[in-house]
Design a protein around this ligand. Structure first.
Ligand code: PRP
Ligand code: ORO
Length: 215
């Protein structure tokens, strides 16, 4: 059995260490949802660090086994969920497929790439959950294609209520390796983010969809 809070902290530590956590309060990031944010968690950077990539692969695999038991397919969410999902599928010796954000506009016209079969029990791998919209879109596409979606795992979640509600509405379970609260607590305890930025991040977290909308 993995120690959940140890993994949450270790992943937060790694993300800070490799500067996957980026802060730009004066030049906000625009997220997939359209929200503007002072923070960006770039899990793609983990791929550049073999030891960290391995830790994430092994712990996503353990999470899938603990939460969902036996599955027959791993599916990644394009694009950042693709490499993470492929690594996990390799670890589990399972088939892999991935779901595009929209169907390809030439060639096969596919929305889902790879072979899937009706009734196949699948776990979806995503890198990050903000609103959960991208995740749910992939889950619905797999269901429409006949898959039995056991649930979704991701490296990081901001823990927003809107994501919880979106997953609940879609009747999809999800679990992540780390989350925003752990990240902020770890950064504060180890003086990895200065106090001004910590205050700003805590304030932002109270109303993320409304932050900086006037800018
Ligand atoms: O929970 P949500 O509000 O949907 O946001 C999270 C999504 O945003 C990012 O994808 P993005 O499309 O920005 O980039 P990518 O192609 O690099 O995955 C991230 O990889 C998630 O898929
Ligand atoms: O919501 C997003 O688009 C998003 C936020 C974030 O911190 N990292 C990321 O890759 N995407």
């Amino acid at each position: 059995m993995t120690n959940k809070s140890e993994v949450e902290q270790k992943v937060a530590e790694f993300l800070l260490q490799i500067k996957a956590i980026k802060l730009q309060p004066n030049k906000p990031f625009t997220w997939a949802s359209g929200w503007r944010s002072p923070i960006y968690c770039d899990n793609r950077v983990t791929l550049s660090y073999p030891a960290i990539r391995t830790y994430i692969r092994q712990n996503l695999t353990a999470l899938i086994q603990e939460e969902f038991g036996s599955v027959s397919l791993i599916a990644g969410v394009a694009t950042a969920g693709i490499p993470q999902g492929a690594l996990v599928a390799q670890e589990l010796g399972l088939p892999f497929a991935y779901v595009r954000s929209k169907a390809k506009e030439h060639g096969t016209g596919s929305l889902i790439e790879g072979n899937i079969s009706n009734g196949q029990r699948v776990v979806v791998v995503e890198d990050l959950i903000s609103t959960g919209k991208s995740s749910i879109q992939a889950v619905e596409a797999l269901r429409e294609a006949g898959c039995d979606v056991a649930g979704l795992v991701a490296i990081f979640s901001y823990g927003f209520d809107v994501a919880t509600e979106n997953f609940k509405a879609a009747k999809c379970r999800f679990s992540t390796l780390s989350n925003y609260n752990t990240l902020i607590e770890y950064a504060a305890a180890n003086a990895l983010i200065n106090n001004d930025d910590l205050n700003l991040l805590r304030e932002w977290r109270n109303n993320p969809s409304g932050w900086n909308t006037a800018a």
